[in-house]
Design a binder for this molecule. Structure first.
Ligand code: SF4
Length: 460
């Protein structure tokens, strides 16, 4: 039998509880257990005037932003509509049924002012990391680091050639992202990361890097850098940088240092791909931080022209010399001079030389140094750390680290596919930092919600 037609009847009174309406297994209920915003008002207090109209509650704005980043609602205008209509979102934001949802422009005003001045989003991220530690999700023994490119809100049509003269000061007067670009020109993670001129520079977001790293069409991008704990893939730190290798390696160092300073986390090993395997980075990990590098060594010494590679010359640590395939010795100096030149060249390399006398008489010379009087082997002053990384690469622990390193890549895939952060909505280094911090906070909150079971309800 067909049911009766629904008619629009406005009841005078409803008995409705938003608390009862949100399902017990809703993701927001699980996340809500771990959102501690008790410090937010205290941190922001110095940035509010004691007179004038009361502002929108900053805790409401943060809760709304968390909803947006946890559920991939990328537009703040749409986020306001969603929170207005969705009862679970209202419940999480403590809005009740008739609470007013703030206008989308409120986010922009607060973000550029109080939130950035008080470093609120980083404090929020660190509060969640501490909660992960308190729940036992961070082992602290093994970390992994990696970077991923996120498209910037910039396009090629409105960009300048890298060689064009652009009056950036004039643009900076009206564009915040250009002012941030100028302010970070000497910063190692940004302008000072490389002296190479990019092919194109965006006029709307000049700190974004023109990159063809994905092998397809080139685009403007920022890099988000994650340092994760390998136990449960909790993001221990996040840092934005230019989308070039030098900046990403610098960001990795910043994050390792900050994890030690802020959380007292001192990992025994760090897993990463070969982009982090430069001699300087390995030496920094081994000598300065005492961390085992589970990282492939960045090595360009292999030759492809049929002549002997450096690996054909075994190194003798005790005697500090290489032995060539003909059995002769290569030393930093073949003779003793009255005034000796420095052993280390400006590029941080020592050159071990064979004797010209040996090479002239050697039948292997065409396979060794056909165009030079004698063979030279360059050796970095950080070669000890590189050798250590090579030795680690032969162990089972390294194989396990290589496998576990994939957890960072899975977090990036989750970031782009589930949280839909494949393109930034904010511009400038500060905009990228805000978005990456909020996204990493959302990912850690989702992890807590999934890994830590809710306490069972107390029977009536
Ligand atoms: S050419 Fe010189 S360095 Fe090369 S194998 Fe012969 S003696 Fe050794």
């Amino acid at each position: 039998m067909m049911g009766e037609r629904q008619v629009d009847q406005a009841a005078l009174f409803y008995e409705f509880s938003i608390e009862r309406h949100v399902p017990q297994d809703h993701l927001l209920r699980a996340i809500d257990r771990f959102v501690d915003l008790s410090e937010v008002r205290r941190d922001l207090a110095p940035f509010y005037s004691s007179t004038g109209r009361p502002s929108i509650d900053p805790e409401l704005l943060i809760r709304m932003l968390l909803v947006g980043y946890c559920f991939g609602v990328r537009s703040e205008r749409r986020l306001c509509e969603e929170v207005h209509l969705n009862l679970a979102y209202r419940w999480f934001c403590r809005l009740g049924l008739d609470g007013d949802v703030p206008d989308h422009s409120t986010f922009s005003k607060n973000r550029h002012g109080r939130f950035r001045d008080s470093d609120l989003l980083r404090k929020l991220f660190e509060t969640v990391v501490r909660r992960c530690m308190a729940e036992g999700l961070v082992g602290g023994d093994g970390f992994a680091v990696d970077a991923s490119l996120i498209r910037a809100d910039a396009n090629r049509q409105r960009s300048a050639d890298g060689t064009d003269e652009v009056d950036w000061e004039e643009l900076a007067a009206t564009r915040r992202s250009v002012r941030e670009y100028l302010d970070t020109l000497d910063d190692a993670a940004w302008g000072a990361a490389s002296e190479t001129r990019p092919k194109f520079v965006s006029r709307s977001d000049p700190a974004a890097q023109w990159t063809g790293a994905h092998k397809g069409h080139a685009f403007f991008a920022y890099a988000t850098n994650y340092l994760i704990d390998l136990d449960h893939a909790v993001i221990v730190d996040v840092e934005p940088s230019r989308a070039i290798r030098q900046a990403e390696v610098g960001a990795a160092r910043t994050m390792v240092e900050r994890a030690q300073d802020r959380f007292g986390l001192w990992p025994e090993r760090l897993a990463a791909d070969s982009a982090y395997g430069s001699a300087e980075m390995l030496a920094w990990l081994v000598h300065d931080r005492g961390i085992e590098p589970h990282i492939p060594v960045f090595d360009k010494s292999a030759r492809t022209d049929g002549t002997f590679s450096r690996s054909d010359f075994p190194y003798d640590h005790d005697r500090d010399l290489y032995t060539c395939p003909a059995g002769n010795e290569l030393r930093p100096r073949q003779r003793v001079y009255r005034t000796s030149a420095p052993l280390v060249d400006d590029d941080g390399m020592m050159r071990y030389r064979a004797s010209k006398f040996d090479c002239d008489a050697c039948s292997l010379k065409p396979q060794c140094c056909p165009n030079a009087p004698a063979r030279k082997i360059p050796r970095s002053i950080h070669e000890g750390a590189r050798d250590m990384a090579r030795d680690i690469a032969k162990t089972d622990a390294y194989t396990a680290s290589r496998r576990e390193r994939k957890k960072v890549e899975m977090l990036f895939a989750h970031l782009k596919r589930i949280l839909r952060l494949d393109r930034l909505s904010l511009r400038g280094p500060c905009g990228a930092r805000d978005e990456f911090l909020l996204a990493a906070t959302a990912q850690n909150l989702r992890k807590l919600a999934k890994m830590v079971p809710a306490p069972s309800p107390i029977p009536a």
